[in-house]
Design a protein around this ligand. Structure first.
Ligand SMILES: Nc1ncnc2c1ncn2[C@@H]1O[C@H](COP(=O)(O)OP(=O)(O)OP(=O)(O)O)[C@@H](O)[C@H]1O
Ligand SMILES: [Mg+2]
Length: 413
């Protein structure tokens, strides 16, 4: 998608016939849209009566705008009508839909079909302002992403079962990338209620992530600078401790926008992604460049690794998945030996990290990650290999071997 119209450096589009149009069904919505459009420097003359059907008719005979606000509240079949609208719009058009039905399925279907946002009536000016701001940012991101941030990576880390060590791997990876390899790194902890991203470094989570998800329109580089908790020069943390009574479902647009901003500001974004969050919000997977599945060597974990790999491949066939076996015991003490585990999941175990309770406990007691508190441990050595791989540090990549390669070589220093 590449916006074809001229934009000012402020992000606002220049007044032009083709920048904006709205097709709306009722007086109140017409007035609200006209007012907010004017604030953005868009002509209120481009606000028309009549919903999506009128939009289809009008745009079939004229150039489609860059930003299109369309009311679907009188549509009998919104999916079909939005399909017809897509046919008469140029590919770069960014569409905000407005409707009367508060239906999550409709909302998700519209987003999947490429609609930028869906707003339920009565239309609140503040909500529309936010949606427009995100739409403008989104069109700028399309242009910038390829140039400025093409090498900036979002790496998701999912534990296939509870307690396998996904957060431990996320915090250590983020710290190594930022401290040892000096890559500007953000640790985004999407375990919004039970996350340990901040706690692992003995920090308070702050309100940054909560605010970013609640008010995506406010998220820009300055916001990121203020809202992230800085641990060290190159490591910033976005984490929350949401009340347990709170609904923590994610908004696809808020996540997309937050990650786009993080990409703009950081070379690596390590996302601690609880498996339940990933399966109920699969759009998050589409935001990732790489995925690490963390497992232990138990029978149930083998089953769940297989199920998660299959789920992820269905959602995002091209996403590169690496498997980390954590808490590996020696010899016969694993429920499933690493070779059989790899065979059953039909994937290599790219990294195998030994179980080392003493080292893990030491890190917790010091409020540090293992790579800080016990840099010479075997756990730290494997984590170092993992982090260096994702930082493209080639000389250390040499060390990246599976468990059996290590055994054959008699272990690593
Ligand atoms: N290799 C290891 N050896 C020993 N203990 C470990 C190892 N890796 C992690 N741990 C410990 O296991 C516990 C669980 O780790 P962690 O919180 O990272 O798991 P998780 O998969 O994120 O759990 P949750 O499902 O709650 O999110 C922690 O006490 C951690 O210190
Ligand atoms: Mg965790």
């Amino acid at each position: 998608m590449s916006p074809t119209l001229e934009k000012s450096s402020s992000g606002k589009s220049n007044m032009s016939e083709d920048v904006f149009a709205a097709f709306l069904c009722d007086e109140t919505t017409l007035k609200t849209v006209a007012k907010v459009a004017k604030e953005n420097g868009w002509s209120p003359d481009r606000v028309h009566e009549g919903g999506v059907n009128n939009a289809v008719k009008t745009l079939a005979g004229s150039a489609s705008p860059q930003y299109l606000i369309v009311d679907i509240s009188e549509s009998l079949d919104p999916h079909k009508d939005m399909g017809s609208l897509a046919e008469v719009c140029k590919p770069g058009t960014i569409v905000i839909a407005i409707g009367a039905v508060n239906d999550v399925k409709l909302y998700r279907d519209l987003l999947t079909a490429g609609v930028q946002d869906y707003i339920v009536k009565p239309l609140v000016p503040e909500v529309l302002r936010d949606a427009i701001k995100i739409a403008i940012n989104a069109s700028e991101e399309e242009v910038e992403t390829e140039t400025v941030t093409s090498h900036h990576k979002a790496i998701g880390i999912i534990g296939v079962r509870g307690g396998v060590g996904a957060s431990t791997i996320a915090t250590n990876t983020a710290w190594l990338m930022s401290n040892k390899f000096e890559h500007k790194t953000a640790l985004l902890d999407l375990d919004l209620q039970f996350g340990t991203g901040a706690l692992a470094f003995d920090l308070e989570p702050g309100r940054g992530l909560t605010d970013a998800l609640a008010n995506p329109g406010r998220v820009d580089s300055l916001f990121i600078e203020r809202a992230t908790v800085k641990y060290e020069e190159h490591l910033s943390i976005l984490s929350a401790e949401a009340p347990l009574s709170e609904n923590t479902s994610l908004d696809p647009q808020a996540i997309h926008h937050l990650l786009s901003e993080l990409r703009r500001n950081f070379e690596n974004i390590i996302i601690d992604l609880p498996r339940g969050m990933a399966t109920s919000n699969p759009f998050v997977l589409k935001e990732l460049n790489e995925l690490i599945l963390v497992t232990d060597l138990s029978l149930v974990a083998a089953r769940d690794t297989i199920r998660l790999i299959s789920f992820v491949k269905k959602q995002t066939p091209k996403l590169k998945i690496s498997i980390v076996a954590n808490k590996a015991e020696t010899g016969e003490f694993n429920e499933v030996n690493p070779q059989d585990f790899a065979r059953s999941i039909e994937e290599d175990l790219t990294w195998t990290i030994p179980l080392d309770r003493k080292t893990a406990l030491q890190a917790t007691k010091l409020g540090q990650c293992i790579s800080q508190s016990s840099p010479r441990s075997k756990v730290a050595a494997e984590l170092n290999s993992l982090a260096s791989f994702y930082c493209d540090v080639t000389e250390v990549v040499e060390q990246k071997k599976g468990f059996f390669d290590m055994l054959k070589k008699g272990g690593k220093s």
